[in-house]
Design a protein around this ligand. Structure first.
Ligand SMILES: NC(=O)c1ccc[n+]([C@@H]2O[C@H](COP(=O)([O-])OP(=O)(O)OC[C@H]3O[C@@H](n4cnc5c(N)ncnc54)[C@H](OP(=O)(O)O)[C@@H]3O)[C@@H](O)[C@H]2O)c1
Length: 315
């Protein structure tokens, strides 16, 4: 039987890349990946082509290119790259372009990588956290949650995939333990004693493949994914064990975290406060059990650390 093509936005990135690798590793051979990229000549795009993946040029800022890239595909994985531009409006426009392209191309199943619109929990009038960019609490969450409507309004058969905090942020996003003035390592987050649903970025794409495989069961549904839901104290203990050096969890108030001054500090402070203040809802929305049923290789934090702790910069 001919393989069903899944057009993968972000195929050269973390989430989409995980999906492409999961499709290639899937013994059933049910699907073939079509990788979308703005630059087919980049090293990452060429590496995908070398693995036998169909690589096509498309830019989600240019709707016609997405429409062509989705043509003939059974499925589409849609993701946006907020941290490239920090613009919720741009993210929303990109989501609309992907939804429209999927509709016009007759795609049978879209998996849209999304997050909660936090304003349903923290309205703009709620002063516990600052309003950002005029009308958001956590712009990269809110814009994605609001953009869910682009898919539903057009009647696109969609699964809304709520993702979680990548543990890879400890490597790539400067969120690993830092040496304090006393020379000791501290893991600094404004999470109190609450649980933070987290995941190995690679596992998101593997879970997305599980959603595509179970097809109709998940169309029209929201599914959240997490590898584990440790507290930050538990994460510090796991880091201590994996690194062989003491790592302390330093709980700071969200206002202090927002004042750290790195690009996006306010937004990320709001995001952690959302996870902290609405722990029960955030955890319930991201079942580890469901995630494992979609992806039997799902990693725990300890398993992720066993493979990746040596890559965490500690200075
Ligand atoms: N970090 C976290 O903890 C976390 C947790 C949950 C959700 N998220 C969300 O994850 C999203 C990013 O996903 P990721 O981590 O998989 O991305 P990533 O690794 O940063 O890679 C970005 C991908 O997006 C593609 N891309 C960017 N702009 C594009 C455009 N205009 N047209 C076509 N493709 C474009 C890039 O492809 P080319 O460069 O090849 O074109 C690349 O493959 C963000 O929106 C973020 O909010 C992050």
């Amino acid at each position: 039987m001919a393989k069903k093509t899944i057009a993968v936005v972000g195929a050269t990135g973390a989430q989409g890349g995980g999906l492409v690798r999961a499709i290639l590793a899937d013994a059933s051979g049910e699907f073939a990946a079509r990788a979308l990229t703005r630059d087919v000549s980049s090293e990452k795009a060429k590496a995908l082509a070398k693995l036998g993946v169909e690589v096509v040029a498309a830019n989600i800022d240019e709707p016609a290119s997405v429409r062509s890239a989705f043509e003939g595909a059974y499925g589409a994985f849609c993701v946006t790259a907020f941290w490239e531009h920090f613009s919720p409006e741009k993210e929303a426009a990109q989501a609309r372009a992907m939804a429209r392209a999927a509709k016009e191309a007759g795609v049978k199943h879209v998996v849209w990588s999304t997050l909660e619109d936090t304003r349903k929990w923290v309205p703009l009038t709620d002063a516990r956290m600052p309003t950002l960019q005029g009308k958001y609490k956590v712009p990269h969450f809110d814009a994605k949650g609001e953009a869910n409507g682009a898919f539903t309004e057009l009647g696109v058969p969609t699964t809304f995939l709520n993702t979680s905090f990548y543990w890879d942020n400890l490597i790539h996003f400067g969120m690993g333990p830092k040496k304090g003035p006393d020379g000791k390592l501290a893991f600094v987050l404004p999470m109190g004693d609450k649980k933070l649903p987290g995941i190995a970025a690679e596992d998101i794409g593997r879970c997305a493949l599980g959603v595509f495989k179970r097809g109709k069961e998940f169309v029209g549904r929201t599914v959240g994914v997490a590898g584990e839901q440790p507290t930050c104290g538990q994460m510090a203990a796991a880091l201590t064990k994996a690194l062989g050096r003491e790592v302390r969890y330093n709980d700071v108030p969200p206002d202090v975290f927002r004042g750290f001054g790195f690009p996006g500090a306010q937004e990320i402070g709001n995001m952690f406060q959302f996870y902290r203040d609405f722990e029960a809802d955030c955890c319930a929305a991201r079942s580890v059990e469901v995630s494992r049923s979609l992806n039997p290789r799902l990693q725990t934090f300890d398993a992720w650390l066993a493979a990746n702790a040596s890559r965490i910069p500690l200075e």
